[in-house]
Design a protein around this ligand. Structure first.
Ligand code: MTE
Length: 319
């Protein structure tokens, strides 16, 4: 996301976007087919939408009243315009290369300041948690946004079962580190594995979920299969993909993008239209699928629910 090492997110945003708009027109039929798939209609020819049909359906979820009713980004767009540097730095790279990721079996190592550390299969980690569809806005630090119907469980319910110690104050998440499966890790673009962290109260907030699916099916690999974090009031880089480790700590952990460029990517990374990135404004965003930019909302529109978490903090300092 920095221009210090080519090709960073910012550099790659500009050229692909024109290609992107043209490609999106071309795939309009695929998008409609994708919507048809959700209604149980046949997928038609080989498009990204057809890939969705190949993903296992998830049926045992309930809709959430925390969902936005804004128009959803198409599955085709959400699964082909991605950031997942483990598979390359271009927006199309994850969809092209993430097929090498083996997502079953998959275990998540839980460690640190909690009562029940151990190695958990994904099903065991989310057992007894409420699986819901959460239609959330996701705002990338680069200036684009999407509306995605995630399928996930409240992270608070998972954490409650892991019983953090009284002095646990932060949660760390790590992505798989395996250059065989994740060819982007053969280059030192970032310090691998990708690592993110939340303050425990942020992790326990009812908006924060661990997602296992989207658009009624399991996650495509490029979107972070088999399990990823989604924190809708923060810039997208906090929503770490393909999580293999959760660790409870007493002190604030290092995080990947903050390590890379601390003046550009803060630990909190709350969506804040009043706090510009050093190299571009954060006041407006382009919703993928739309032409005109729209104003970015504080906390990505979730201020009423989450602003209280930061009472007394100066969000220009704690960006
Ligand atoms: N997680 C890992 N492991 N690696 C990444 O490069 N990119 C982040 C985040 N999670 C990233 C990651 C960024 S910058 C964004 S905007 C979101 O994933 C994009 O999620 P999406 O592709 O599902 O829309």
């Amino acid at each position: 996301m920095s221009s210090r090492r080519p090709p960073g997110i910012c550099a790659s945003e500009i050229t692909p976007e024109s290609v992107w708009v043209a490609r999106r027109r071309f795939t309009r039929d695929g998008i409609l087919a994708g919507l048809g798939i959700l209604a149980g209609v046949s997928a038609g020819p080989a498009t990204a939408a057809a890939d969705q049909a190949a993903l296992p359906t998830i049926t045992n979820f309930t809709p959430s009243d925390r969902s936005t009713d804004e128009p959803q980004t198409s599955f085709d767009d959400a699964s082909t315009y991605n950031n997942f540097y483990e598979f390359g730095t271009g927006k199309a790279d994850p969809a092209a290369h993430a097929g090498t990721l083996v997502t079953q079996p998959w275990t998540v190592a839980v460690s640190g300041a909690c009562a029940v550390p151990g190695s958990y299969a994904v099903d065991d980690l989310i057992r007894d948690s409420q699986l819901e569809e959460r239609i959330y806005r996701l705002r990338c630090v680069e200036g684009w946004s999407m509306v995605i119907p995630w399928l996930g469980v409240p992270l608070s319910q998972v954490i409650a079962r892991l019983r953090p110690h009284a002095d646990a104050a932060f949660v760390i998440f790590r992505t798989l580190h395996d250059p065989e499966q994740m060819p982007g890790q053969r280059r030192p673009i970032l310090e691998w594995p990708y690592q993110e962290g939340l303050r425990l109260d942020e992790a326990m907030h009812p908006l924060t979920i661990l997602a296992i699916g989207m658009y009624g099916r399991t996650l495509p690999n490029q979107n972070g299969a088999p399990i990823r974090l989604v924190v809708p009031w923060k810039y997208g880089f906090k929503s770490i993909k393909s999580v293999v480790a959760i660790e409870f700590t007493t002190t604030r952990p290092r995080t990947t993008w903050n390590d890379f460029a601390p003046d550009e990517y803060g630990f909190y990374a709350n969506v804040n239209p009043a706090h510009d990135h050093p190299r571009w404004s954060q006041a407006r965003e382009r919703r993928i699928g739309e032409f005109f930019r729209r104003p970015t909302l504080p906390f990505n529109g979730y201020a009423e629910e989450v602003a209280g978490l930061y009472a007394g903090q100066d969000l220009h300092v704690d960006y």
